[in-house]
Design a protein around this ligand. Structure first.
Ligand code: ADP
Length: 457
């Protein structure tokens, strides 16, 4: 596998090498176009000066030795066969006779300018006799030729060596820096990949520690957030399943138990009816649970796509009151309502289910003799509906949880009121799908008020 680390490394080194090459090509073109001819011209001037001075010297040899010592490589010949090198030696002493003859005859030799191109910038450093300037001069009535080039060994003064070292050190340092920064970049990605592996193997109890202020740091924070959320969802899913199984299991056990009791032939008619009633109640409970679960699943799938028809809220509420009037009478509860005409926008059957849940809860959790108030208030753009009862109420702790699936306050359980703990979670989900709000205020023993606000049609 090609790791990100090696890719990064190869890429950076590739960039370094290509940019060096491009830089070299550029400076090379610059050298050939501009530096080389200029260099030739400059050295020609120097050579001509040398030649002029040479002509007026007493001792030519001394003069040439002295000039060479100031940083030049010289080659001097004359027509009668004299030939001498001064200063640093040439690596390559080849020079054609015809050139020598031309200079002796008075021409100037531009070896620097015409030095072959193939050698790049390095041509400048080529220590060859061909890479010189040749000028003629006269001494003691004899024709001489002087070939010269600056001594590159002397040119490479300390400053050049220092610069050379600088380049080498920079190169080494940048390679080390690339290695370290690559490690630094790759490390959190490795951490992330290890963490995802851990999540797959061991579950959601994973947290990574990437303390950085950049995109990778943000990725780390989001990863942690995602894992936390997934953990919560996983926990919810598990407890949902265990709740559902429990809520199915207990009515089934009851049904089974009472069915067996019914087999006893010595039962009185009353006993038999009582057992059958329990079986019927438990079946009702099961079918209600199944219905509510179906509603919840369909709400989960709806997300934000719901109908936007005008829903006559007051009319719906009155229908529900009518439908459950027998319950009120059964428990001797008084009901007051103030329901002016009002419409909200939404899904009529969903909202109907919400009112039904809130109303039956008020009836269920209010002891006989209590009172229920249903009020509808219209504001500019909103409709607020209140369900108020004088029932058993709830603690603050319960109020925090009643909208969770399967949550039932202890009081609700011990009083053996039937219920699934799903009603209010359905209500909340319906109201949220309608972009509305639901609030509860309650005090144990005093009563409860649910307040819902929805957008007016
Ligand atoms: P349930 O099927 O138990 O009624 P809900 O989701 O409708 O389930 O309600 C959740 C819990 O909230 C109930 O078990 C009860 O403890 C509490 N609750 C709901 N409505 C009222 C109310 N009007 N008065 C007191 N407690 C209530």
């Amino acid at each position: 596998m090609k790791t990100l680390y090696s890719k990064f490394l190869i890429l950076t080194l590739l960039i370094m090498v290509t940019s060096t090459l491009i830089g070299f090509l550029f400076s090379n073109t610059y050298y050939h176009q501009k530096v080389k001819p200029e260099n030739d011209q400059k050295n020609t001037e120097i050579a001509l000066n040398m030649a002029e001075y040479a002509e007026s010297q007493n001792s030519l040899k001394e003069y040439l030795e002295h000039t060479a010592s100031t940083g030049y490589q010289l080659y001097v010949i004359n027509q009668s066969g004299y030939e001498e090198f001064y200063g640093g030696d040439f690596r390559d002493r080849q020079l054609s006779d015809s050139i020598k003859q031309q200079v002796l005859a008075g021409d100037i030799y531009h070896g620097m300018e015409n030095f072959p191109n193939e050698t790049f910038v390095t041509g400048f450093f080529a220590n060859e006799l061909g890479n010189t300037i040749g000028v003629p001069f006269e001494y003691d009535s004899e024709n001489y030729a002087l070939f010269m080039r600056p001594d590159i060994e002397l040119l490479f003064s300390e400053i050049h060596i220092m610069l050379g070292w600088m380049v080498i050190v920079m190169l080494i340092l940048s390679v080390i820096a690339v290695l370290i920064s690559a490690k630094f970049l790759i490390k959190p990605i490795k951490q992330l990949s290890n963490a995802t592996g851990k999540v797959a193997d061991e579950g959601f109890d994973v947290e990574i520690d990437i303390n950085r202020n950049d995109e990778i740091g943000e990725l780390g924070t989001r990863f942690n957030h995602m894992i936390k959320r997934l953990g919560e969802l996983d926990h919810m899913r598990k407890s949902f399943i265990s709740n559902v199984s429990h809520d199915i299991q207990s009515p089934l056990l009851n049904i089974k138990g009472y069915a067996r009791l019914l087999e006893d032939e010595s039962l009185t008619k009353e006993e038999r009816t009582a057992h059958i009633n329990i079986i019927r109640e438990e079946t009702d409970r099961l079918s209600k649970l199944a219905r509510q679960l179906l509603v919840l699943t369909s709400l989960d799938q709806k997300n934000s796509f719901i109908k936007t028809e005008p829903v006559p809220v007051s009319q719906q509420l009155k229908e529900i009151v009518q439908k459950y009037r027998w319950m009120l009478e059964d428990k001797d509860l008084s009901l007051n309502y103030k329901l002016p005409e009002a419409h909200v926008s939404g899904d009529a059957s969903m909202l109907y289910a919400a009112w039904e849940n809130l109303f039956t809860n008020a009836v269920k959790y209010t002891p006989p003799g209590g009172r229920i108030d249903i009020t509808l208030e219209e504001k500019q753009n909103e409709v607020t509906i209140l369900f108020k009862d004088t029932g058993i109420g709830m603690t603050e702790e319960d109020q925090l949880h009643i909208f969770e699936r399967f949550y039932r306050a202890d009081q609700a359980r011990t009083r053996a009121t039937e219920g699934t703990g799903l009603g209010l979670s359905i209500v909340k989900q319906v109201i949220e799908l309608h972009n509305g709000e639901i609030q509860v205020s309650s005090a144990p023993g005093k009563g409860t008020t649910f307040s819902l606000t929805l957008k007016k049609m």
